[in-house]
Design a protein around this ligand. Sequence first.
Ligand code: IPE
Ligand code: IPE
Ligand code: MG
Ligand code: MG
Length: 301
Amino acid sequence: VEKVDFKSKTKEITAIVESALDKNIPTGKNRLQQEVYEAMRYSLFAGGKRLRPVLAIATCEALGGNIEDVLPYACAFEMIHTYTLIMDDLPCMDDDDLRRGMPTCHKMFKESTAILAAMGLFNNAVMIMKNAILSKSPDKRDKFERAMSEIIDVTGAEGLIGGQIVDLASTKETTDKDTLHFIHHHKTGVFVTAPVRVGAIIADATEEQLEKLTEFSKNLGLAYQIQDDILNVIGDEAKLGKKVGSDEKQNKATFPSIYGLKESQEMVAEISKKSGDALDILGEKGEYLRQLTKYCANRDS
Ligand code: IPE
Ligand code: IPE
Ligand code: MG
Ligand code: MG
């Protein structure tokens, strides 16, 4: 089996992502709109784990693809993910003060600035993908356009936004299990699946590989959000960088509130195992993603 040092490999990939993100959002220094760029950069560089870009890059690499080609999409994922977190924390949504170990964007800046920063990040994500496509000669654009579609298709009311609106309307008394699965799939799952699919598409994956990797990432995404729910109950605020106990306080429909803590923990283990099994299609090349799956299942931050 190919030996992979999980920690140093993760560091290596995240360093590439950090530097690309930095290059792709201006500081706005001494310009009239400086405040919106400051807020965008504040939230983007507040210390996220960069899971989505790591997934896109690691998948692309495992299939022998070109990292430079997937990098703009990896950045787009992190920009959009960060925009959803800024929105998610607003007083009219989850009303959170702490994110990534720092005051939330609307606490650090004004609420109006936070909303504009979120939209600004979304726009930058679209621009970086548009530029990636236009940098290729017209006869070589197909897979790059397809990659952008994969992202745009899941950021709207059929994906992230759809998940968030149902999440906000749900309480633990009124939410059945199907609706809970709908919420988790849409608000989080699709945005774990899309990076893996984009990484695979950029690496010219076969349909069979794409199908197996979709299965891998669907399970990973579900386990990831169940673990997020669990950590909101038993996690450590200092490690998480966000408040614990907030779901309970707001009477949210979560896996622990609907299935109980113990069953939720068992589900994370079981679903993560399924996720890892689907990586068999990559053989030895799947070793890093296999370790990433284990890390996600056992994470405390
Ligand atoms: C938090 O995402 C919100 C969810 C969708 C679970 P992450 O756990 O990836 O948070 P960061 O990006 O590391 O801050
Ligand atoms: C966040 O879900 C999902 C999106 C931002 C799309 P949560 O509200 O459960 O995540 P945290 O716990 O605030 O990070
Ligand atoms: Mg939320
Ligand atoms: Mg939240």
